[in-house]
Design a protein around this ligand. Structure first.
Ligand SMILES: *Cc1c(COP(=O)(O)O)cnc(C)c1O
Length: 387
């Protein structure tokens, strides 16, 4: 058995950064071009090629990507957007900031993804869009979601923050809806520190995203004014300042080159966990659905206090004492006071998400982990559960 150093805290979600990223950032700084420039354009091209997307627009976070996509849908006050209660608050906040009203449809307790039958129950004459989240990297049931959307004339914005490598029936997550939104936050499968990407099927949609993401300035207004080279712009929307920097894209270009290699490493870690925890009284992730690829973004254990003799929060405290960093993805959205007060959401309305949110715990799954690190995590989980 490898001996784990109790002095080193194993940080949850530590990114794997290599020399290529460092050199590219330094090259950007030496070139003097720090802001949005050729590296952002390259990253957009590389990302759309990887995801099989027609068009892509980089921005400075997935939160920004979601906000821009929802603004681009032209939500009117009172328009409802159906999403999952088992997500990061950004999915819901983006709907609110775009002027819509979020409506929660409960998740399937096994896949932990939004349940299409629950979506159907929540449709009203005000429903304008569906915002599914491919939770942990597992694809949502896109055939059912797109069928509901087509039947009711709804738009679809996919939150792909966990789902860069995810496929469904051979197609990448994010290519089914009108927009797919990705995150390159430090803990995500491809990282740029902070960063995001919108992909779209329609060229005018992505142009709209680019204008909205840079102050609402029209890039080609100059054509009507230009005489000898000065490029005027026209403001055609009250836009936002959401553009990605070349410094960020410099990291992303090399991270993306290693996306499949890192994915393979996370698959190995995942399999080690699955094997190690088989005999413990904990819930482990369900197998992926046929003809899909799970991106292995989060490896979650379910801590049922009756079966484990400890609740999730007690296990978290013990893991921390064992120098293992863990995460919680997520306390269900209706647990938070802001949403309770504003929308009157009650916990029993989305029982599966609430129950999962109280039992779930995410273990480190970074491609940076060595086998010794993984064995340390396994040993710590065994110690914490008294196994
Ligand atoms: C991380 C995350 C976001 C937000 O991504 P940022 O790039 O940090 O803005 C949105 N939705 C989900 C599901 C996430 O996990």
């Amino acid at each position: 058995m490898p001996v784990r150093s109790k002095d080193n805290f194993l940080v949850f979600g530590a990114p794997r950064i290599e020399q290529d990223e460092i050199d590219e950032v330094v090259a950007s700084m030496k070139s003097g071009w720090l802001g949005t420039g050729p590296k952002v354009a390259q990253f957009e091209k590389d990302f759309s090629a990887y995801a099989g997307a027609s068009y892509a627009a980089a921005c400075n976070s997935c939160t920004a990507a979601l906000h821009l996509s929802l603004v681009a849908l032209g939500l009117e006050p009172g328009d409802e957007v159906i999403t999952t209660p088992l997500t990061f608050c950004a999915s819901v906040n983006a709907i609110i900031h775009a002027g819509g009203t979020p409506v929660l449809a409960d998740v399937d307790p096994v896949t932990q993804n939004i349940d299409p039958d629950c979506i159907r129950e929540k449709i009203t004459p005000r429903t304008k869009a569906i915002l599914p989240v491919h939770f942990a990297g597992r694809s949502c049931d896109m055939d059912s979601i797109m069928a509901i959307a087509n039947e009711h004339g709804l738009k679809v914005v996919e939150d792909c923050a966990h789902a860069i490598e995810t496929t469904y029936k051979g197609r990448h997550a994010g290519t089914f809806g009108d927009f797919g939104c990705f995150s390159f936050y430090v803990t995500k499968n491809v990282c740029t520190g902070e960063g995001g990407m919108v992909i779209a099927r329609d060229e005018t949609d992505i142009q709209n995203i680019k204008v909205l993401g840079l102050h609402g300035m029209s890039a080609d207004a100059w054509k009507r004014f230009s005489d000898d080279g000065y490029k005027h712009y026209e403001v055609i929307h009250a836009g936002f300042k959401y553009n990605m920097m070349d410094l960020q894209a410099a990291i992303g270009i090399h991270q993306l080159k290693r996306v499949e290699e890192n994915f393979k490493r996370r698959c190995e870690i995942w399999d080690m966990y699955q094997e190690a925890f088989r005999a413990l009284p904990v819930g482990t992730p369900a197998p992926e659905e046929p003809d899909t690829r799970h991106a292995r973004h989060l490896y979650t254990l379910m801590i049922d206090p009756v079966a484990c003799g400890l609740d999730r929060d007690q296990v978290l405290v013990r893991l921390t004492k064992e120098n293992i960093g863990a995460g919680v993805h997520y306390l269900a959205v209706p647990e938070h006071p802001y949403y309770q007060e504003r929308f009157g959401w009650k916990l029993p309305d989305t029982p599966h998400a609430v129950a999962l949110g109280r039992e779930t715990l995410s273990l480190p799954l970074s491609a940076k982990l060595t086998d010794d690190d993984v064995n340390d995590v396994i040993e710590a989980v065994n110690i914490c559960l008294g196994a």
